[in-house]
Design a binder for this molecule. Structure first.
Ligand SMILES: [Zn+2]
Length: 273
């Protein structure tokens, strides 16, 4: 079920819930002295006070016309109707605007960053953000400067006066840093080249993406001789972990690794599962 259908169902259930609650409260009967005065009312007599916590009307079988409305009943029913009418747009705003905004900016900042995709285009690049945000395209001509952040985990781009930061966990970041045009002289091309050349092949996913001890693509720790499992056993178990979703979805795993997002593939890679 997609998220929007789920939200629509929740909104519908909440509305029905409130309508039922109001009906229940409006007709809740208590047998006691009358809560308000009416022509012929007697504070000593017990009558049916209908409605809680505020009595909307009284049923008095001894006094004609038997049903007596509280002066405030119109106001209360009107308020309930108003509440139901406005609840739907408020809930819609909450689920469709506020929650996605919070997801983007607060709770899922890391996830949002990991799902952001940088794509190279014919004359520039585009940034596609998740959670229904629009994608933005830039031409290299609109960019005044590109340089690495201090810790080299991001790239700071100047679009005239506006700063755009691309992080190394954005999809396509490593492809981007290899395709920055030569005219951006502040950009550290030799660092980008050295970094890509320093990567080692990953035995699990077959991509040349192991930096220090961890693969950037599949996030597996590379095997080393200090591990108790032998290399093939280790790769086999990590491969079944990494490909479990693919297998569950009924897709076949390719026997040869293919280059992706600016990374080379290892021609000698072996699939053990
Ligand atoms: Zn890997």
């Amino acid at each position: 079920m997609n998220r929007n259908t789920h939200f629509d169902k929740t909104i519908k259930r909440t509305l029905i819930g409130f309508i039922l609650l109001f009906i229940f409260l409006d007709f809740f009967p208590i047998f006691k002295n009358p809560d308000f005065r009416y022509t012929g009312s007697n504070p000593e007599n017990f009558v049916w006070n209908i409605g809680a916590p505020y009595t909307l009307f009284i049923f008095d079988q001894k006094v004609s016309p038997y049903i007596f409305l509280s002066p405030l009943s119109y106001f209360i029913v009107f308020f309930q109707a108003l509440f139901i009418v406005f609840l739907k747009p408020i809930l819609k705003l909450y689920f469709y605007q506020i929650i996605p905004l919070l997801m983007n900016n607060l709770f899922y900042r890391k996830l949002a960053s990991e799902l952001t995709e940088i794509e190279l285009t014919e004359s520039g690049f585009s940034i596609n953000k998740p959670f229904g945000r629009n994608s933005k395209s830039f031409n290299w001509n609109e960019i005044t400067n590109i340089q690495f952040s201090e810790n080299k985990k991001g790239v700071i781009i100047l679009n005239y006066d506006k700063e755009i930061i691309l992080k190394d966990n954005n999809i396509g970041w490593y492809e981007f840093i290899q395709n920055v045009p030569q005219k951006f002289t502040e950009f550290d091309f030799s660092y980008a080249g050295d970094f890509m050349n320093s990567l080692k092949p990953c035995g699990v996913c077959g991509i040349v993406a192991v930096n220090e001890d961890k693969c950037i693509v599949c996030e597996t720790i590379a095997w080393n001789s200090q591990m108790t499992e032998n290399k093939v056993e280790y790769l086999k178990s990590k491969q079944s972990e990494f490909y479990s979703e693919t297998v569950k979805d009924g897709f076949k795993i390719k026997k040869t690794a293919e280059p992706e997002h600016g990374f080379k593939a290892d021609e000698n890679w072996i699939l053990y599962i």
